[in-house]
Design a protein around this ligand. Structure first.
Ligand SMILES: [Zn+2]
Ligand SMILES: [Zn+2]
Length: 239
């Protein structure tokens, strides 16, 4: 998307040149949202995907191995990118303060979600909350930033007043499936009981085993929400 820039933006660009949110290289003359190299290389997920979790499938099938062996609580979900394609970028977005990436990533998610939001009849976007102490330390919740960007483009409101993190959980990294489940048990609490919503989309940055989405689904159901979907920026193993 080409925009017009004035003298103030030009000076700002010289001081803080815009960088590609995927590879972090400087984008010359604001040629685009991402650099030419990444535009060629990084493609959103296409082709056959699991009908439940949206994971790309090697061969045409209905469900991935995970979803054939484990029953998820949420109804259905989608992700935009394969995690391995954008892993360093997600890391900078999540842990290195690059919250400006939310604009580009949120737009990618809104693009992917547009048709689904209508199909699902989504009434609200609910970002996966982080514990207040973690948010203070990081300065932001990346899932919330993504949800806000999606909301601007789709008109679906963001609700951060329904669930919260109950306690500081240890990071999911390095835990097996069972440990993840236990770690997440009671990780979320309801802030509002009767929310008068029937269909929502959980928003997260990375989908791995689905245990976070399932744990949140269980909590949201207690708040009376029946149809719970998810959308993530990236899907894949390990984070
Ligand atoms: Zn790039
Ligand atoms: Zn699946």
């Amino acid at each position: 998307m080409k925009k017009k820039y004035g003298i103030a933006e030009t000076i700002l660009d010289l001081a803080f040149p815009p960088r590609c949110p995927i590879c972090d290289h400087i984008i010359p003359f604001r040629a685009g949202d991402i650099c030419g190299g990444c535009l060629k290389q990084i493609k959103p997920i296409s082709g056959p995907v699991c009908m439940k979790c949206g994971k790309p499938l090697e061969e045409e099938d209905e469900y991935c191995f995970d979803c054939r062996t484990k029953k998820h609580l949420y109804k259905q979900g989608i992700s935009v990118f394969k995690y391995r394609d954008i892993a360093p970028s997600v890391y900078r977005f999540k842990y290195e303060g690059r919250q400006e990436y939310a604009v580009f990533f949120g737009r990618c998610m809104a693009w992917k979600l547009e048709r689904r939001i209508k199909q699902w009849g989504a009434e609200a976007l609910v970002p996966v909350p982080v514990h207040p102490s973690r948010k203070r330390q990081r300065g932001y919740n990346q899932a919330e930033l993504l949800a806000k960007e999606i909301s601007v483009r789709t008109g679906v409101p963001v609700r951060c007043d329904i669930v919260a993190r109950r306690k500081k959980t240890t990071p999911q990294k390095g835990l097996d499936d069972r440990q993840r489940q236990n770690n997440l048990k009671k990780a979320f609490k309801i802030l509002k009981n009767d929310v008068k919503l029937s269909t929502i989309v959980i928003i997260d940055d990375i989908y791995t085993t689905g245990s976070t989405v399932d744990a949140m689904t269980a909590t949201l159901r207690m708040a009376g929400i029946k149809n719970i979907y998810y959308a993530a920026l990236a899907i894949g193993r390990g984070q």
